[in-house]
Write a protein that binds this ligand. Structure first.
Ligand code: RFL
Ligand code: PHB
Length: 394
């Protein structure tokens, strides 16, 4: 088999890149380890930055997003029993849209298949070869058949646990772990207020988000080694009621659980994001803790750059845009890494934290609640950096 760009992973990064390339007349094949159903049902992110929505619109895959996505002009920060609303639109002239990652994935899979795109679900044993030469190859098992895909370029969009990153020699990796995890539930119940709520409480962090007018998404800070077996639904609800309460009458609506899972928190940056003809995108190269809602947005930003750079290569034989990929992508990655770390540190309660630690957290929340420049700094990062160039080369 032969293609121009071989893409490993059918998450938001791999699927969107495949679509952006096809709009520029560049062929790709996407190899995905899991089946279609699994990829489309996986519950994950929910907050799309302004620029992510714009990219999906420009790519022509935002029809359902525009109809069903919930535009949020503000967000709430809750601490000390009080709720402070940040008016994102008024502070920085941009908002975010709440729309499930799995919905983005469904829309992209549908768009690829409708355009005749090649996505191989259930591809096993994926391995990359000859990335230093001009004809890199990917081998994999498709059904019972061993297959070889010869490419011009390989994109590793296979997430944090994928195989691509390991193929880059001499990679530097920077990592921070956090002394807590998030327990997330998806609930069949209307959201208890119209916007996202980030709550700092003495018992730990809690988050109220949503997926639609009928589905709520909630998270709780739990111990890093927490076991779902120790978190029966009643305990989860009791803790959510306590941590999300305020002195202003907030009442949390309960409902049947549709999903329940625990996610560890990690910051991770690998560099360089490229070697020879292999380029990493999204979680394959970097992970942020979910507190800043940046992971999927960074994946989209990476593939915007790659789409533009690959367009430059195929249309004008330009190699400079590809050569600049790590440097360009890293600027946004490190900004989001700092923002996510900062949001995490001011909103969570670390085990063993003393009064000094607590006051460092609350003084920053008080500052955000009382100072317009501080609120604007949060809003600018939360809604996302703007893009200085398009995803398309032409
Ligand atoms: P993905 O989505 O992990 O996709 C990688 C794909 O590669 C496949 N794969 C392989 N395929 C072939 N061969 C192999 N050897 C393979 N190994 C892996 C996998 O099956 C998968 O289909 O990575 P991508 O595309 O880079 O996208 C990144 C995002 O998924 C991730 O950053 C976000 O989900 C993070 N995240 C959030 N991001 C946001 O922007 N906003 C949020 O509100 C937000 N909330 C979250 C989150 C992540 C969470 N969890 C569960 C990690 C909330 C949570 C709880
Ligand atoms: C979500 O809706 O899943 C969500 C919202 C905000 C975050 C993380 C996740 O910071």
């Amino acid at each position: 088999m032969r293609t121009q760009v071989g893409i490993i992973g059918a998450g938001p990064a791999g699927l969107l890149l495949s679509h952006l390339l096809s709009l520029q007349g560049i062929d790709s094949v996407v190899l995905e380890r899991r089946d279609r159903d699994f990829v489309e049902q996986r519950v994950r992110a929910g907050v799309l930055e302004h620029g992510t929505v714009q990219t999906l619109r420009e790519a022509g895959v935002a029809e359902r997003l525009d109809a069903e996505g919930m535009v949020h002009e503000g967000l709430n920060v809750r601490f000390g029993g009080r709720t402070h609303r940040l008016d994102l639109e008024e502070l920085v002239g941009r908002c975010v849209t709440v729309y499930g990652q799995q919905e983005v994935v469904k829309d992209l899979v549908a768009a690829r298949l409708e355009a005749g795109g090649d996505i191989r679900f259930g591809a096993e044993g994926v391995a990359v070869h000859d990335i230093d030469g001009e004809r890199p190859r990917i081998t994999f098992v498709d059904g019972d058949e061993s297959t070889e895909l010869v490419c011009d370029f390989i994109i590793g969009a296979d997430g944090f646990h994928g195989i691509s990153r390991g193929a880059i020699p001499g990679l530097d990796e920077y990592e921070r772990t956090y002394p807590y995890s998030w327990l997330g539930i998806l609930v069949e119940a209307p959201p208890s207020c119209p916007e996202v709520v980030y709550a700092r409480h003495d018992r730990g962090f809690a988050l109220h988000s949503m997926r639609s007018a009928h589905v709520t998404r909630l998270y709780l800070q739990v111990a890093p080694d927490a076991d779902l077996a120790d978190w029966p639904d009643e305990r989860v609800w009791a803790e959510l009621h306590t941590r999300l309460s305020d002195n202003e009458g907030f009442a949390l609506t309960e409902g049947p659980l549709l999903d329940k899972s625990i996610t560890p928190m990690r910051s991770f940056v690998a560099t360089p994001m490229q070697h020879g003809r292999l380029f990493l995108a999204g979680d394959a190269a970097h992970i942020v803790p979910p507190t800043g809602a940046k992971g999927m947005n960074l994946a989209v930003a990476d593939v915007r750059l790659l789409s533009h750079a690959l367009g430059g290569y195929y249309h004008d034989r330009r190699e400079d845009l590809l050569a600049a990929y790590t440097e360009e992508a890293s600027r946004r990655v490190w900004r989001a890494t700092h923002f996510s770390w900062w949001m995490t540190s001011i909103l969570h309660k670390s085990p063993g934290a003393d009064v000094f630690d607590d006051r460092l957290g609350t003084t920053q929340l008080e500052w955000i609640a009382s100072s317009r420049p501080a609120a604007a700094a949060l809003a600018e990062n939360y809604t996302g950096l703007t893009y200085d160039r398009g995803w398309s080369y032409r």
